[in-house]
Design a protein around this ligand. Structure first.
Ligand SMILES: *[C@@H]1O[C@H](CO)[C@@H](O)[C@H](O)[C@H]1NC(C)=O
Ligand SMILES: *[C@@H]1O[C@H](CO)[C@@H](O)[C@H](O)[C@H]1NC(C)=O
Ligand SMILES: *[C@@H]1O[C@H](CO)[C@@H](O)[C@H](O)[C@H]1NC(C)=O
Ligand SMILES: *[C@@H]1O[C@H](CO)[C@@H](O)[C@H](O)[C@H]1NC(C)=O
Ligand SMILES: *[C@@H]1O[C@H](CO)[C@@H](O)[C@H](O)[C@H]1NC(C)=O
Length: 382
């Protein structure tokens, strides 16, 4: 009984070593012959590629990355185990001579019962090729016999094909798009991280001249900015400041970002209007501080003739050019536009600002009627 079993087992082993497989789409490494059943080039047992190594000058089939491809191969002898069916699989690895662990399976299917060992069965199996181009990669077909008694260089049969995967047109376009997005992200990151981006000192006072040539507009005044107190005050004299209107008057504005109130006081008419403020905005330059300003240049000639220095750092937002003096202090120099409009800043002071500067004129405090406020402001304050 035992002897009979052994003989049967030996017969199976004998059949096992005759399993044959050849691959032509894409063409296998080394010799190829399927003219007869049991052809020698179809018998390659040693992994991962049947003991045939590739070189960079080996024949190589060019396929398109990410495309569908019909792998063509022949089971040159069939050896089906009823109780322990084997499998065939198609796998892929990147590299000239990848190792076993580099391969990943693209498709796998069970052996079939041909009822006759001497059966040459062609297979054409569609696989999705990996989407990543590679210059040197391997497409492999295996026969996994599952025969634990198999002792001829293991139980697996290998056939490797050297291929390269090229970029498809779609992939090329996709890649180009990705590159462009990457480029923009890099530019934005650089801009976000530009070391010149800066904010004016926490406590800052300076005078300004505002000129709009097209309408003969000219105003001058003082800006008080207290970052910690969340207070600002701006005085402005428009076109000489001798009248009562917005184009010829003298004005004082108090901005309290805690109460959300901005008073607009007309010196000559003695009237005061109340407005609702939006949110506090630090006086800063550059995208790093969410000013939507791209850094343009460091240490260029200032557009403004005034100031402690002739050299400026420069940002741009649309047609607006912002400049600060090229020092570590971040002192505003000017805002200019191609139309000729410009605001020049002079006499910057970083001394602490007296709290009384921010106390509105008593006439203003009587004003309760809000001339304009954003809906959000209304919700907050009423
Ligand atoms: C193929 O390369 C491997 C790894 O370098 C080596 O062990 C093996 O002997 C080579 N086989 C042949 C046939 O050159
Ligand atoms: C199998 O494919 C080979 C190669 O294309 C071909 O020569 C042969 O006729 C095919 N055999 C069968 C049975 O289709
Ligand atoms: C700003 O508003 C807050 C809240 O109403 C108030 O307490 C504070 O006194 C105001 N500051 C000035 C300088 O008026
Ligand atoms: C400005 O308004 C005040 C108060 O109403 C008035 O006395 C003065 O004449 C006005 N000045 C001008 C230039 O209109
Ligand atoms: C800029 O905006 C981002 C996103 O809204 C925010 O997370 C960040 O705190 C802001 N930075 C500054 C300096 O306000």
């Amino acid at each position: 009984m035992h002897l009979i079993f052994s003989i049967i087992a030996l017969l199976f082993i004998g059949h096992g070593v005759h399993m044959h497989l050849c691959l032509w789409s894409p063409m296998q490494r080394g010799d190829f012959d399927i003219s007869t059943p049991g052809a020698h080039p179809c018998y390659r047992k040693i992994g991962p590629c049947g003991n045939i190594n590739s070189t960079s000058s080996s024949p190589r089939t060019s396929l398109v990355a990410g495309s569908k491809y019909n792998v063509g191969f022949q089971q040159n002898l069939n050896h089906y185990y009823t109780n322990f069916p084997g499998a065939l699989d198609i796998s892929f690895a990147v590299g000239l001579n990848p190792s076993e662990n580099d391969f990943h399976v693209l498709h796998s299917f069970s052996d079939y019962n041909a009822m006759n060992q001497i059966t040459q069965t062609n297979f054409s199996i569609e696989v999705n090729l990996p989407n990543q181009p590679c210059d040197e990669c391997v497409l492999r077909v295996r026969y996994l016999s599952n025969n634990l008694d198999e002792d001829d260089h293991g139980t697996v049969f290998h056939q490797c094909s050297d291929i390269k995967l090229t970029q498809s047109l779609l992939n090329t376009l996709k890649k180009e798009k990705e590159n462009k997005i990457q480029l923009i992200e890099n530019i934005n990151r650089q801009r976000q991280e530009d070391p010149h981006d800066c904010c004016v000192p926490e406590s800052y006072t300076n005078a300004f001249f505002h000129i709009i040539p097209a309408i003969d507009y000219q105003s001058e005044g003082i800006i008080y900015y207290d970052q910690k107190a969340r207070q600002m005050r701006v005085t402005a004299s428009v076109n000489g400041g001798r009248g009562n209107t917005t184009v010829d008057g003298l004005f004082d504005m108090w901005m309290n970002f805690t109460s959300g109130m901005q008073y607009y006081y007309n010196h000559h008419s003695g009237t005061c209007d109340l407005y609702g403020l939006d949110f506090w905005n630090d006086w800063c330059f550059g995208n790093k501080y969410n000013q939507s300003e791209d850094f343009v240049a460091a240490d260029v000639t200032c557009k403004s003739p005034f100031g402690p220095s002739q050299r400026c750092n420069q940002w741009q937002n649309g047609e607006f050019i912002f400049e600060t003096f090229a020092s570590s202090e971040c002192l505003p120099s000017s805002i200019t536009r191609p139309s000729g409009e410009k605001i020049n800043y002079i006499q910057g002071k970083t001394d602490p600002i007296s709290p009384s500067i921010f106390v509105p004129n008593p006439i203003c405090l009587k004003q309760k009627k809000v001339k304009h406020a954003s809906p959000r402001w209304m919700r907050f304050h009423f």
